[in-house]
Design a protein around this ligand. Structure first.
Ligand code: 5GP
Ligand code: ZN
Length: 112
């Protein structure tokens, strides 16, 4: 997607602090952290958001969860982190490339 900021990060056109990368998944620190630890896990394939997934993505979503867990452990928050996916503007989605937020390092690192 030409105007997708996360596709540009995947392509290396915009710098990001990469935490993990393989053929399917990329993880990087959020540019505006909402908790002491805040990173994003995204598929390399452009998917608009959680509502746009298909059955073909079942394994991909599971992998994102596992990658998130491994990074959380490595960052010392394996025993307390929050995973969050926003779908749609009404829910606060700003970047329309599926991404899983992982937040941790303080108590209840999200207002719900
Ligand atoms: P959303 O509100 O769409 O669920 O979350 C988008 C997230 O992407 C926000 O937390 C925002 O700080 C992060 N973000 C937006 N642009 C960039 C960027 O260029 N680099 C990085 N590392 N994070 C970004
Ligand atoms: Zn994209």
């Amino acid at each position: 997607m030409d105007d997708c900021i996360f596709c540009k990060i995947i392509a290396g056109e915009i710098p990001a602090e990469t935490l993990y990368e393989d053929e399917q998944v990329l993880a990087f620190s959020d540019i505006a952290p909402q908790a002491p630890v805040h990173f994003l896990v995204i598929p390399k394939k452009h998917i608009e958001g959680p509502a746009a997934i298909t059955e073909d993505d079942d394994r991909l979503l599971g992998k994102m969860m596992r990658v998130a867990r491994d990074i959380a452990r490595a960052k010392g928050i394996g025993d307390g982190y929050r995973s969050l996916l926003n779908n749609g503007e009404k829910a606060g989605q700003v970047v329309f490339h599926l991404h899983m937020h992982i937040l941790g390092g303080k108590e209840k690192p999200w207002p719900i």
